[in-house]
Design a binder for this molecule. Structure first.
Ligand SMILES: Cc1ncc(COP(=O)(O)O)c(C=O)c1O
Length: 392
């Protein structure tokens, strides 16, 4: 039976970063875009209906975040993530990336050290440096099958005087959904060394069946006091263009500092459609999300099967969450330039190169599989055919 998500929607000429921004990012006019993390699916019908209704009204003046908006966030966090939160802890962010910059400014000082765990979402490093802070790396450990938190590396960097740690949970690009044990152990270290935790949980809803996401701050009252939890409906419901996210900050002092920075940049305003879409998604999007997760698991199984048949040199690192797959391409025996050239120019598949996530990502590619299954089939065919041509 065809799924709702099999339906292909052309995104060309919609000012889509992923589809219309190929020239900017990759200097090519044509390629199958499987890079930046948004989905090629329409948002849930309830979200579209709520936005249509708002369009019909016709007046788009300055907008408030209502009690009902905050209630929707609280309900979602309690029901989906077993994390009861208070309205007073919720602050706005015009996206997790800009919000993370504001947090760095609010909670650390110039020259302070901030820890990341590469290979990791590459803007973290840019943001830290952009605010004149120093990046400390505690790379994940990897046994060629599964990534884990390297608690020794983390402790070394905390000990080296880190002021903050950006936790990516679930982890982009390797797809780990951190276990309760891992998070508790890392949290104890953060407490011991007085490190503030910025827990980027933007992928929190995109977790596969056998796994469970644990909001870091929910695990321990003491973690709550040192942590900001960054959430948004943007990945889950494909609403990134609406630039609406939330920072959950239970510590009143930290919240005050964050709000001050928001004010400084005059970034407190609400996007009328972002507010409408967030509320509709969190109130009515559950069934759609469950269907999406089933479909993504199907995409993953298809990708794994097709690669096994047609391109066994590429191994999929089993994702536990996110719609991003981390492809181990080291067996292809290509150097950095050859690999970038092969996938983009020879195969015509535009993916994020592993090395942009840190040197640990060399030999890997990140494929975004949030697309109709036919695109996955097309991508593997393109790669396998280009590889055969190379062999000739
Ligand atoms: C871990 C992580 N954080 C943040 C973002 C982007 O957040 P925003 O669009 O809200 O700035 C992404 C997008 O891929 C991400 O993977």
């Amino acid at each position: 039976m065809k799924s709702l998500f099999d339906h292909t929607i052309s995104r060309k000429n919609t000012a889509s970063v992923k589809w219309d921004g190929l020239q900017n990012r990759f200097h090519v006019d044509e390629a199958l875009p499987m890079w930046v993390a948004d989905m090629d699916f329409a948002a849930p019908q309830a979200v579209l209906d709520a936005m249509q209704e708002r369009v019909q009204h016709g007046v788009f003046g300055y907008t408030l975040r209502t009690d009902s908006y905050h209630e929707a966030i609280k309900m979602w966090m309690a029901d989906r993530h077993h994390f009861p939160i208070e309205t007073s802890w919720i602050a706005h962010a015009p996206g997790i990336v800009p919000g993370t910059g504001f947090l760095i400014e609010a909670l650390t000082n110039p020259g302070d050290k901030v820890v990341i765990q590469p290979p990791v979402y590459h803007p973290f490093e840019r943001i830290i440096r952009g605010f004149d802070r120093e990046v400390l790396r505690a790379p994940l450990s990897f046994d060629s099958k599964r990534y884990q938190m390297d608690l020794n590396a983390l402790e070394d960097q905390f000990k080296a005087g880190a002021k903050a740690w950006i936790l990516c949970s679930p982890h982009n690009p390797v797809g780990r959904v951190w276990t309760e044990e891992e998070l508790r152990a890392a949290g104890e270290l953060a407490l011991k060394y007085h490190v503030t935790v910025i827990s980027d949980e933007i992928h929190n809803d995109l977790v596969y069946q056998q796994y469970r996401h644990h909001p870091f701050a929910s695990l321990d009252e003491r973690f709550k006091e040192i942590t900001v939890t960054a959430i948004a409906p943007s990945k889950t419901f494909n609403l990134a263009g609406l630039q609406t996210a939330a920072m959950i900050i239970p510590n009143a002092e930290m919240l005050k500092k964050y709000r001050k920075v928001l004010q400084k940049y005059s970034m407190e305003g609400a996007n009328t459609f972002g507010v409408i879409a967030l509320e509709a998604a969190y109130r009515h999007g559950k069934e759609w999300l469950d269907e999406l997760l089933d479909y993504l698991e199907g995409n993953l199984a298809t990708l794994q099967q097709l690669l096994k048949e047609k391109m066994p040199q590429i191994k999929v690192i089993q994702p536990e969450g996110t719609y991003l797959t981390w492809l181990d391409c080291r067996e292809m025996g290509l150097n950095k330039e050859e690999m970038d050239h092969f996938f983009l120019q020879e195969a015509g598949v535009a993916m994020d190169e592993g090395h942009i996530f840190g040197e640990e990502g060399l030999g890997f590619m990140r494929m975004n599989m949030a697309c109709p299954r036919a695109y996955i089939e097309d991508a593997v065919d393109r790669i396998a055919i280009a590889w055969q041509q190379r062999d000739k």
